[in-house]
Write a protein that binds this ligand. Sequence first.
Ligand SMILES: *[C@@H]1O[C@H](CO)[C@@H](O)[C@H](O)[C@H]1NC(C)=O
Ligand SMILES: *[C@@H]1O[C@H](CO)[C@@H](O)[C@H](O)[C@H]1NC(C)=O
Ligand SMILES: *[C@@H]1O[C@H](CO)[C@@H](O)[C@H](O)[C@H]1NC(C)=O
Ligand SMILES: *[C@@H]1O[C@H](CO)[C@@H](O)[C@H](O)[C@H]1NC(C)=O
Length: 357
Amino acid sequence: MFSPSGLHLLLALPTLAMAAIQPFSDWAHERIQLTDTSIHFRYSNSGKPPLLLVHCFPEHSRTWETIGPVLAQYYTVIAPDNRGTGDSSLSASDNYTAPAAGEDLRAIVDFLNITRLNVLAHDKGVGLATSFAIEDQARVNRLILIEYPLPGYGYTETVSSTQLYRDWQLAFFAVPDAAQYFIQGREKEMLAWYFYHGSYAGDDVVSNALLETYTRSISKPGFLRAGLMYFAAAFGDAEYFTRRINESGKLRMPLLALGGEASFAPQSALEASFAPVAADLTTDIILKSGHWIGVEAPVRVAERALQFFGNGTEIPSVDLSSLDHTIVSSSWSSREMPADSMTPMLIDNVWQLWGWV
Ligand SMILES: *[C@@H]1O[C@H](CO)[C@@H](O)[C@H](O)[C@H]1NC(C)=O
Ligand SMILES: *[C@@H]1O[C@H](CO)[C@@H](O)[C@H](O)[C@H]1NC(C)=O
Ligand SMILES: *[C@@H]1O[C@H](CO)[C@@H](O)[C@H](O)[C@H]1NC(C)=O
Ligand SMILES: *[C@@H]1O[C@H](CO)[C@@H](O)[C@H](O)[C@H]1NC(C)=O
């Protein structure tokens, strides 16, 4: 019922100019080496204003396969895999806090010489994107946050409240040792349940092929645990967000908070959660969607994003064409590599040997 590629939906979108749509599977890949992880990202046609898309757990950058190409008609879209997910590597220091993973976003943007950009994030990605925006307010032009109350502003309260029956998995995932023990070997069953549980439409929300893709991804050694670690980090993240927002004040860029009709709703819940965080807040509900906006409502989300972001012409364009012919993964690092953190470097060299970069 939902197309894995969704391309027929793109063609149906009436408001778009008839620019060529570059399918997500044709997007270029890049990999950069950071202090304790190596980050893989995909990007679309360059030469346009930049837009960063930040995904959730248990998905990875593939979640943008429909939304990304729509937005890429106006933007140079950059879609990373967060540390410990997709084709990025694990964190050598086992740090999956929002500020640590948020620094990865800043490092990507530094690496690409981007001075100003728009950002759109979903679920766990919201914590990463918000940390990036708090630490680098001047660089984020406009921000869309979808389907996630920030820790300290609704998330942690959900984990320990009467909503526990509805969102018990948030508490379960936050105990990685136990959660890993019960999920390992049953990753696909867990994901099928999770997609069903958070959806508007039910079982058919994610195709079997896509389910296999995500299963393979979190079944790599260490990756299930890495995903769960983001949930365990939420309590420390709550302390981080409340402290930093206290120190630096509300985010000043225009911020649109979106929730799925069958998930983070009604609009008053979005307002209650984000009013203490954002000085310039708009909220809206995504109709006929639950939590999984990438497969449930990609065209509605893309349209709403374009309405909020506009065509981005107030931000400088970026030219990423030099990346096509440059080896960067071992020659660029935003920070010094500590002597006790060699694992990512070794893995990175193997990729080069295999000609993957
Ligand atoms: C995780 O990374 C953040 C951001 O760099 C840092 O502030 C924090 O201390 C780190 N936590 C641990 C346990 O290393
Ligand atoms: C970023 O700027 C540096 C210094 O000018 C340059 O060497 C590098 O190629 C640029 N990177 C990209 C992705 O354009
Ligand atoms: C925020 O600041 C107020 C005083 O301005 C203080 O009472 C409160 O404890 C602070 N909260 C955090 C989480 O730092
Ligand atoms: C971008 O939007 C602005 C404001 O709506 C408009 O003036 C401009 O012509 C648009 N540019 C393009 C290339 O569509």
